[in-house]
Design a protein around this ligand. Structure first.
Ligand SMILES: NC(=O)c1ccc[n+]([C@@H]2O[C@H](COP(=O)([O-])OP(=O)(O)OC[C@H]3O[C@@H](n4cnc5c(N)ncnc54)[C@H](OP(=O)(O)O)[C@@H]3O)[C@@H](O)[C@H]2O)c1
Length: 316
């Protein structure tokens, strides 16, 4: 029987949680081991985590009893919520509330909550620069997380709030990559104006979370932000041009145009880009690159990420 400290990882078969499980299990002599939480212990992704030596345990964030038993005996909890499964800020807040309650009942010693800002602190609902969505949010997939922070602090949990950045993997899986225009040229169509966008290789979120668990008390009660790079659209296009071996031209899409794009959540994502644009100084400042590198020395830059991933970006 191992006497390692158990970290229960929500969304373990997903991008953030998966990175953390891999980081923990790669450190064979480390003091921690991972309990990978999934709705389906028999999926290929769950089996791959089991093959790394992680304990794989079934739960569903909507089933409080399953959450509580999943946290039993754990030292730590890495919490993510699942906005893009349902697109509802209200539901995401409920998920976070249940996670906080279960973590308290299980008496865990360190919780990391992967969160984002409540943008309404910067852009009140009365601010007409962007539409209000879902009745009372500006950026629902940010605001719900930010609002839910209170459930962790109210419970007096030993908590670290981890402000993440947009994954560069969105270029592979979420349509953020360059597309071929009618003129035959590759265009990077993003609503960034001329401002900088913090981004990160998603595997580095897990590695950073692992570093936070290892440093323990130092980060309990703190809010910290991470990014692998702060890049303008033009800078990203230059890096993409080098990596793809073909010129990519940055095209600054207006926020309203982006909000009207035909994919689910385009209004939410359009508002998000506008928030990051309008509050660039705050937003980049909260995700300091030097700090991120000191926390996780393996942190990848955009160019390094492209070296391994440019060929996976689907060019349409
Ligand atoms: N995309 C970005 O750039 C970005 C940046 C910052 C933050 N985020 C936030 O990251 C969060 C998602 O994390 P991710 O990207 O790591 O997830 P992901 O890769 O999309 O994976 C989703 C995971 O959610 C699990 N899941 C879905 N519904 C569940 C439920 N009812 N109960 C338990 N597990 C459930 C699935 O696991 P099983 O099928 O194995 O159960 C799956 O592995 C979102 O809240 C998003 O807003 C995203």
């Amino acid at each position: 029987m191992s006497n390692k400290k158990v970290i229960a990882v929500l969304g373990a078969t997903g991008a953030q949680g998966g990175g953390l499980v891999r980081a923990i299990m790669a450190d064979k002599s480390g003091e921690f081991t991972a309990r990978a939480l999934t709705r389906d212990v028999n999926s290929d992704k769950a089996k791959a985590l089991k093959n790394l030596g992680a304990e794989v345990v079934a739960y569903n964030v909507d089933d409080y009893e399953s959450l509580k038993s999943a946290f039993q005996g754990a030292y730590g909890v890495f919490a993510v919520t699942f906005f893009w499964e349902h697109f509802s800020a209200e539901k995401e807040i409920e998920e976070a509330k249940m996670i906080a309650k279960a973590a308290k009942e299980a008496n865990v010693k360190h919780v990391i909550w992967s969160t984002l800002e409540d943008t309404r602190k910067w852009i009140p609902l009365s601010d007409k620069r962007m539409p209000t969505l879902q009745t009372k949010y500006k950026v629902p997939h940010f605001d719900g997380k930010g609002e839910a922070e209170k459930y962790f602090t109210d419970q007096n949990l030993p908590i670290t709030f981890l402000l993440t950045s947009g994954y560069w993997e969105n270029m592979i899986y979420f349509g953020w990559g360059p597309t071929r225009d009618n003129d035959g040229k590759l265009k990077l169509n993003l609503p960034l104006g001329e401002r900088k966008l913090p981004g990160i290789a998603v595997e580095d979120i897990g590695k950073s979370a692992y570093a936070i668990f290892k440093r323990g008390n130092e980060f309990i009660g703190k809010k910290i932000g991470i990014a692998g790079g702060h890049l303008t659209g033009k800078q990203m296009a230059e890096s993409l041009s080098k990596a793809l071996g073909e010129e990519v031209i940055y095209n600054a899409v207006p926020f309203d145009v982006y909000r009207s794009f035909d994919f689910p959540g385009a209004d939410d994502v359009g508002n998000m880009f506008q928030f990051k644009h309008d509050f660039e100084e705050y937003y980049c400042g909260a995700r300091d690159l030097k700090f991120s590198k000191s926390l996780n020395p393996e942190l990848k830059s955009f160019d390094e990420w492209l070296k391994a991933n440019a060929s996976k970006i689907p060019i349409k």
